[in-house]
Ligand binder design. Structure first.
Ligand code: SF4
Length: 509
């Protein structure tokens, strides 16, 4: 198999070598300077329309990690859009994620990563209409956000580099000729969209603003609201309004390209190295990683406990319990009801408690108490049949692996709970009636409950959970003019039960 792969790789190399040498593709084996020059063509500023496919060489490791990094950004954007965040809120959340996953600087390395990761994800998400639409939507938002992060000079440079027939700047002379009518049309938008309340400010902005002209059919949506000046079939658009049109152009090209990519996919089906990676990327993924609060110190009893330390006793505190995500609440309820949990439930809850920073001694105290509360389980039986299991989860028995708490993806990868089991994710496993009644009991409104149920129905379980978290945060501040401001400072997608807990606890302290 390895030899076959090598053969195919050699074949691909020779195919590239015989390709038209005059193309401006990124070629393998070119010098650093040549490569740098080529990326400069593709990136006139920090943005690109990705109009040429890269055909250089990267390692399999880069192939996978670069794609995963971009995927994290796109999934976060998708989640923000689904939660109706406006572009400003999105920018606030996504900036640090962008900076760590696909930072765009002038360096060759960051441009390469951005370029390749875009094309790798095209391969993953071209396979069905649904996937194409999702990718297109998230990439277009990413494009808009990045465009807005550019300086005005860079925006102009980028637009000029596109050389789009529809997006040509008018000359200063042409602007002068129609200045009066143009200002009258644009002035209300300057006031309401850019908050320029003073006439003098608006005049000043207008004098420096550049305009593009395009056939009026291209801006039909703006005509009804009289947001553009029309003359002889041309619409005149200020630069600050051009983003939507460039983004539409970007989306329409990307949509065509995705279809073309889809037509070429069968050729890839022979590649036994890339295919598993692509399948993995388009089916299962983690949005963001949660950094756990547990450490080696959770293995040993500590004399230093703070108000935040989670102990066996504090788990009965309603305030602590109210910060649990639905999956953990369900496990705790199942445990109280039966004085027992079956294997998957024990594992899920045990790792969740470990993720809260609970020490192994406190964990054993908690489980012993919970299991031996009924007369059917003696302490001796508990020690004989269960103690080992909980110590094992802390890496104190068997192969001594210090296991990590389960993220939502791991929870969702386990078999669904059967009758009498409590593990899993309620957003996936509960019927709509039970879920809706539980959410309503959390003081959520009917429309909030419906929105969560919609996401759950579309199999977007972590999104449903994120919405539940945010809505319950809002319901804790009734009457506040804009309650989301002080309460929800971190709006990233929830992908880990411990992340849910940490965030809910922070909010209340
Ligand atoms: S989405 Fe994750 S945190 Fe939320 S209930 Fe499901 S498993 Fe728990």
């Amino acid at each position: 198999m390895f030899r076959q792969s090598k053969k195919r790789a050699a074949q691909r190399r020779s195919d590239f070598a015989t390709a038209d040498q005059s193309t401006t593709y990124i070629q393998a084996g070119i010098s650093f300077n040549d490569e740098q020059e080529r990326y400069e063509l593709l990136y006139p500023t920090k943005l690109s329309f990705y109009h040429l496919p890269p055909i250089g060489e990267i390692t399999l490791d880069q192939f996978e990690t670069w794609a995963i990094d971009r995927l994290k950004v796109l999934l976060e954007l998708e989640s923000l859009a689904q939660r109706n965040k406006n572009i400003k809120e999105m920018e606030q959340v996504i900036k640090p994620i962008l900076a760590s996953c696909i930072p765009l600087s002038e360096s060759l390395e960051s441009r390469k990563k951005d370029y390749y990761s875009h094309f790798i994800l095209r391969l993953c998400f071209c396979r069905s209409k649904d996937l194409r639409e999702k990718f297109l939507h998230a990439e277009t938002i990413l494009f808009k956000l990045r465009f807005q992060m550019l300086t005005q000079a860079d925006q102009t440079k980028f637009v000029q580099s596109l050389n789009l027939p529809l997006l040509q700047f008018i000359s200063d002379e042409e602007k002068q000729e129609i200045a009066t009518e143009l200002y009258e049309t644009v002035s209300p938008q300057l006031q309401f969209q850019l908050n320029l309340s003073e006439e003098q400010q608006r005049r000043q902005f207008f004098n420096h603003e550049r305009f593009i002209k395009l056939p009026f059919e291209a801006v039909i949506d703006l005509l009804g609201t009289r947001q553009v000046f029309l003359k002889q079939g041309w619409a005149y658009l200020p630069q600050f309004q051009q983003l939507n049109h460039i983004a539409n152009e970007y989306a329409s090209r990307l949509s065509d390209d995705l279809l073309k990519t889809y037509q070429h996919i069968p050729k890839l089906n022979e590649d036994d190295r890339l295919l598993p990676i692509l399948t993995h990327l388009s089916t299962g993924y983690v949005v963001t990683e949660h950094h756990y609060s547990f450490s080696d110190s959770s293995l040993h009893p500590s004399s230093e406990t703070t108000a935040d330390t989670i102990t066996a006793a504090s788990l009965h505190n309603p305030e602590v319990r109210s910060a649990f995500p639905l999956c953990a609440k369900n496990l705790m309820d199942g445990l109280s009801k039966n004085n027992h949990l079956k294997f998957n439930g024990r594992q899920q809850l045990s790792f969740f408690l470990k993720g809260l920073g609970m020490s192994v001694d406190e964990a054993l105290k908690f489980w012993t108490d919970a299991f031996t509360r009924s007369t059917s389980m003696s302490l001796e039986k508990f020690n004989k049949e269960y103690r080992y299991n909980f110590r094992h989860n802390y890496g104190l028995e068997g192969n001594r692996i210090n296991y990590r708490p389960w993220d939502c993806r791991t929870v969702l990868s386990k078999p669904r709970p059967a009758r009498g089991e409590y593990h899993g994710c309620p957003y996936r496993d509960w019927n709509p009636e039970k879920l809706s009644a539980t959410l309503a009991a959390m003081n959520l409104t009917q429309s909030q409950v419906s929105s969560i149920l919609d996401s759950a129905k579309r199999n977007e379980f972590t999104l449903a959970c994120t919405k539940a978290y945010e809505f319950s945060a809002l319901s804790e501040a009734p009457g506040t003019a804009n309650p989301s401001e002080p309460l929800i400072t971190d709006q990233t997608h929830i992908t880990h039960p411990n992340l849910y807990f940490d965030r809910a606890r922070r909010r209340r302290t």
